[in-house]
Write a protein that binds this ligand. Sequence first.
Ligand code: C2G
Length: 139
Amino acid sequence: MTKVITYGTFDLLHKGHIRLLKRAKELGDQLIVGLSTDEFNAVKGKKAYNSFEDRKYILDAIECVDEVIPENDWNQKTTDVSDHDIDIFVMGDDWEGQFDFLKDQCKVVYLPRTEGISTSKIKKDLGFSSEDDWKIENK
Ligand code: C2G
């Protein structure tokens, strides 16, 4: 049983997210997603449109996702990899090299991002120039 893990916010789920998840799952038998909590997103300087609970509900419905765990901080990956017996850690290559410290514990794979799509592009294309616009508009 090859176990794979990846992490992210996965807000306003789009093709780039799904392609990442599908390719990650193809590397093994089981895929765990460390989903950034709303509190951790604030640390990352992100404000997701969908709450953690709603983003988790959506990810739980995706066939290639076997388990969703909360990502509360930058420092939990080492523990997660050992606690969940992870064989392969996967991230998009915008994170290339950032998590090489995990190579002592598991295989680290950076997959090419899907060009032309991002959550921030979606928000911008919908006319929301900043997180605040987004919040006000959707009150
Ligand atoms: N992604 C992608 N192609 C895109 C957009 C995103 O492959 N067009 C990938 C990212 O590289 C990442 C995953 O989808 O691997 C989730 O992206 P985000 O939700 O933006 O996650 P991020 O904010 O990068 O958080 O500890 C790691 C962080 O939690 C990662």
